[in-house]
Design a protein around this ligand. Structure first.
Ligand SMILES: [Zn+2]
Length: 287
């Protein structure tokens, strides 16, 4: 059964660990992440961007696939199915389709409009027992067509949004989607501390988890980050393993062309990356 992310994130915040959000793209991705969570007794959040939702033939298809897997694979750890960087309309569609959690990214709107739209979704999500993530201060880089400037969030604006009753808050603290540039300045812990001081117990979300040094991840968790998003890193592991398989000519040996064989190394690579992240975030055996 899909659950809201609320309880798992509140537990994580109290226990000083973080739950990973791993974005899915297809059946292999979803299966790899769910099995890894179950094998490691870890709560998990499956992230779906609007682009990936479209790619997987719409939100209803995603809900059907995920719910089917929970049952057929006997997944008993807490799993939330979450819209990543949703538009206002996208969030409503996912709620209708049966997602257990949504993010509304209103960071590109003027703060008044971000507040008004977030407020409307808070009411809907509260009624249905779903979790809602809001964003203040856009996150840098590009993720699935959503381009952010990489600003540091205004702590007062964070408080305004947190006070609306959202479940968790993504605040820009110098983090970037995708690969980090060589000259990246690092996370702004000053911003994170200032945001935390304003929003109190609200679980904070760190986007762009690929390539942030381990010590920064651990420090961010100690300062109130309870959810960390990982997307690019699974794509890179899948790509490297698939490339290796083909470069070694394995697709041309025997039945190596069978998609179930061709995609197997990438599948295993995603599992390894997810496990590594769960270890780093401290969520193993916290289900
Ligand atoms: Zn993000």
């Amino acid at each position: 059964m899909l659950v809201s992310a609320k309880e798992m994130l509140n537990k994580a915040r109290e226990g000083k660990y973080a739950v990973g959000q791993f974005n899915i793209n297809n059946l292999e991705w979803t299966k790899a992440i769910l099995l890894t969570a179950q094998e490691n007794n870890s709560p998990v959040i499956l992230g779906v961007s609007e682009g990936a939702g479209k790619y997987m033939c719409g939100y209803k298809t995603v809900v059907g696939m995920v719910k089917g897997m929970l049952e057929e694979l006997n997944i008993t750890v807490p799993v939330a199915l979450h819209l990543d960087h949703g538009s206002f309309e996208g969030a409503k569609k996912c709620i209708e389709a049966g997602f257990s959690s949504v993010m509304f990214d209103g960071s590109h709107y003027p703060i008044e409009e971000n507040i008004a739209k977030t407020k409307e979704l808070v009411a809907t999500c509260n009624n249905l027992g779903l979790s809602l993530e809001a964003e203040v201060g856009s996150i840098g880089g590009e993720e699935d067509g959503v381009i952010g400037a990489g600003e540091c969030a205004d702590p007062d604006e964070c408080k305004q949004i947190a006070d609306l009753g959202v479940t968790m808050l993504a605040a820009g603290i110098g983090n970037i989607h995708g690969k980090y540039p060589e000259n990246w300045a690092g996370l702004s812990f000053e911003t994170l501390e200032a945001v935390k001081a304003k929003v109190g117990d609200m679980p904070l979300v760190l986007h762009g988890g690929t390539g942030i040094p381990e010590d920064m991840i651990k420090k961010a968790i100690s300062l109130g980050v309870a959810k960390i998003n990982v997307n690019t890193e699974c794509q890179l592991s899948f790509q490297a393993a698939t490339r290796k398989y083909i470069e070694e000519g394995k697709d041309q040996q025997g039945k190596g062309f069978d998609p179930r064989k061709l995609l197997a190394p990438g599948f295993e690579a995603i599992k390894a990356t997810v496990k590594e992240k769960m270890e780093l975030f401290g969520s193993i055996n916290k289900a």
